[in-house]
Design a protein around this ligand. Structure first.
Ligand SMILES: C[S@@+](CC[C@H](N)C(=O)[O-])C[C@H]1O[C@@H](n2cnc3c(N)ncnc32)[C@H](O)[C@@H]1O
Length: 351
């Protein structure tokens, strides 16, 4: 009796939800795709190795096991067996090539920061029970220490984020009114993309970026290359300490969602203390506005923030509460920008 004959009658006796839930809970397929990304399988195929024996040699894999992995990749339409023992990627599989313009390798390959961090989701049980991050439990050090101290891993993180952030920042620069801004401080400003975009439009503004040492070095090199040295300086440090100097605009972009409320309030209080009179904090974050059914991208992002950092995605109401806890209030909020981001302008409650 074939496997199909054995399993079909049992499955057909169940309502469709049975198969749907099996698929929702399936860990095999996501892991098989990640192994394919990690082994550079599609790259090797595109470079001319189409059969299992050659692919096993190139990927240093056990031949029979690799054949079984490939068989599953064919079953889920990532690869196609176009002739016996001759594999080619489908349009879906091509996105696993490292050189593809829309490559998804950064999200999947554990040699890349997000692919690596995603594997900590195996410990989501502990995150849910304990309410904190599990990245450190898996790897013995925290996410940002890996990003800052390991230049190769760090580059995979910032390269993956770059396209999305550039799109969001160009909208921020276009939509925000910059009149009256003299000095901007970008807290946790990564490679300096936001500052570079602001200064390209408003060269009269002076800028400071605060970052951990690894990304700070990248930002410094970036500013030098862009001819911004002297206009935009970079300070190594932590936003849990008093901020370097004061500014009339303090940008905090996709930083607070990495932190639980208590830490996020500490960061915001430091920002508030460094604001010049009449100044504001520009938060760039997602802010789900309590629709009847939560958005799946928002909720899965939220659980990622939990597992990686003990952080959280926040609804607009939660941002309001956080601002109040830091002695501030939301003065204005923009419409939705790319990737669901919004600009929230925070001022001191007393202003
Ligand atoms: C999700 S990234 C956002 C980067 C950038 N603001 C953006 O929107 O693209 C968060 C940044 O916070 C930085 N960071 C983490 N802990 C920090 C700390 N204690 N002090 C300063 N920066 C920190 C990280 O290095 C990282 O670049």
């Amino acid at each position: 009796m074939s496997t199909d004959e054995q399993t079909q009658p049992a499955i057909t006796g169940f309502p469709p939800e049975f198969a749907t839930l099996m698929q929702l809970g399936d860990l095999v397929t996501p892991m098989a795709v990640r192994v394919a990304a990690h082994l550079h399988l599609v790259d090797h195929i595109q470079n001319g190795a189409h059969d299992v024996e050659s692919l096993a040699k190139l990927t240093d894999s056990h031949q029979d096991t690799l054949r079984r992995l490939i068989r599953h990749l064919v079953a889920i339409d990532v690869l196609e067996e176009s002739a016996p023992d001759h594999y080619v990627p489908t349009a879906l599989g091509e996105l696993l090539a490292h050189g593809h313009p829309l490559t998804q390798v950064g999200w999947l390959d554990p040699d890349h920061m997000i692919g690596r961090a995603d594997l900590s989701l195996v410990h989501l049980f502990d995150a849910v029970r304990g309410g904190g991050s599990v990245y450190g439990q898996r790897y013995g050090r925290e996410f940002w220490d890996d990003v800052s101290d390991d230049a190769v891993l760090g580059a995979t993180f910032y390269d993956l984020m770059a396209n999305g952030q550039k799109t969001i920042f160009s909208e921020v620069v276009k939509q925000r009114d910059w009149s009256g801004v003299r000095r901007i401080l970008d807290v946790g400003g990564a490679d300096g993309d936001l500052i570079a975009a602001v200064l390209a439009k408003e060269p009269g503004i002076s800028a400071t970026l605060l970052e951990l040492p690894g990304p700070a070095a990248r930002a410094r090199a970036r500013f030098e290359e862009a001819g911004l040295t002297g206009k935009a300086d970079v300070v190594d440090g932590s936003f849990f300490d008093p901020l370097p100097g004061t500014a009339d605009l303090i940008a905090v972009s996709f930083v607070l969602h990495n932190w639980p409320d208590e830490d996020a309030v500490r960061i915001l209080r430091n920002c508030s203390d460094a604001l010049e009179p009449g100044g504001s904090v520009l938060l760039i974050e997602c802010a789900d506005q309590s629709p009847s059914k939560p958005d799946r991208g928002f909720t899965s992002g939220d659980l990622r923030m939990l597992a990686y950092f003990g952080g959280r995605e926040r609804t607009y109401e939660e941002w309001q509460e956080l601002a109040v806890a830091a002695g501030m209030r939301i003065d204005s909020v923009s419409g939705t920008l790319a990737y669901g981001a919004r600009m929230l302008s925070l001022v001191k409650s007393s202003d």
